[in-house]
Ligand binder design. Sequence first.
Ligand SMILES: CC(C)(COP(=O)(O)OP(=O)(O)OC[C@H]1O[C@@H](n2cnc3c(N)ncnc32)[C@H](O)[C@@H]1OP(=O)(O)O)[C@@H](O)C(=O)NCCC(=O)NCCS
Length: 388
Amino acid sequence: MSTLRPLGPDDVEQAWALGRLAFGGDPASRPPERPSAATALGEFDDRGRLVATSALHPYEQWWGGRRVPMGGVASVAVHPDARGRGAGRRIVKALLPLMAERGHAVSVLFPTAIGLYRPLGWEVVGSLDDTRIPVRDLRAAGEPEDVFVHTAVQADVKTVHALYEWLGVTSAGLLTRDGPMFPNGPQDVLTHDVVALAETGSGAPMGYATYDRGRGYGPDSSLRVWELVSRSGEAGAALLRSLASWDSVVESVLWRGPTDELALSLGKPVPPPERVQPWMLRIVDAVAAVAARGFAPSTSVDVSFALVDPDVARHDGAWRLTVDDGRGQLERIDRRTDLPLLHVRGLALLYAGAADTGLLLRVGLLDRPLPTLDAAFAGPRPRLLDSF
Ligand SMILES: CC(C)(COP(=O)(O)OP(=O)(O)OC[C@H]1O[C@@H](n2cnc3c(N)ncnc32)[C@H](O)[C@@H]1OP(=O)(O)O)[C@@H](O)C(=O)NCCC(=O)NCCS
């Protein structure tokens, strides 16, 4: 008989060893000394050996300009002796009621095996990619006027965080980067080698770029660019120029995250990503997820459908979604047989703005046209800049 339970301090060594085996960690490394704010679950076999783990990270994510409590799933690992017999599925599925109990309305994970999570209701809604770009290609056309770039210092930490929050509120999907998983708060930004801050001549902050210098100065040398946030084209161009100024000693940058803005600034096409890291979203508590997020203020929607969710019983049945004044509400209604059927994975795709109802229809996540749902969830494409 196997046992599934939360892991405690006495299980740290075993959990660490399983994680190291599963993910190829450094054999010389040791478990972290400071307890994490994450909650870990473990499955033990009948001899008391830990055979499976999963962990839940309490995060918040920006959706529609508002904070939505999100459970980040990580450290999913099954011992090689126990694989292929359902332990992975059990240890992930056990997180669903735990997340609902903790108030996480949605859940995100970075899968190595999509086939494990898709049948449990998570769906791929975005990708956190790494793209290698010749550093000389970053020199955007035109000389930026009235924007100056300098290296941020301690006194600029709040300013940099405010720029990140601005991006969070105006885009979709970013972590809020506060709460228990970020014990150092905005301060962490200064762990990068360089935080380049772009300001107007009168000192108004307009953007920043964070990067690590890397080693050496030959043809293999590369800057690791973590993020570039700009509130104007001028600020973006100034920050790109400051990166391009490394071209005498650095061949390329390894660029983390979306390149759609970059593609509109450069004179050459952005190369395809070197590494692709998809991320998946699940709606854990549909009522809470709709109530927590923001919607486009000009949208007014009233639509009914039946939700299909094989793993969350309270989702099953008929619902009415109303959106007005930037807020949404999902109310249970009497079960009717004539309602369109929407799969919970389809709801995740819509919620994230990652797909439209036409696509859902074509892949069988919706059983008949329902364009009103497109209007309800219309918004920016989602992005995440932190992996976990
Ligand atoms: C991935 C892993 C957790 C799967 O554990 P497991 O106990 O073998 O998985 P299960 O037996 O519960 O399988 C459940 C479902 O997931 C699917 N699945 C399992 N491993 C998979 C893989 N590598 N690729 C795609 N799908 C996979 C199975 O097909 C199964 O679906 P089915 O029943 O419809 O066939 C395990 O192989 C592992 O620890 N791998 C190394 C670490 C890792 O990749 N962790 C995941 C991090 S996101």
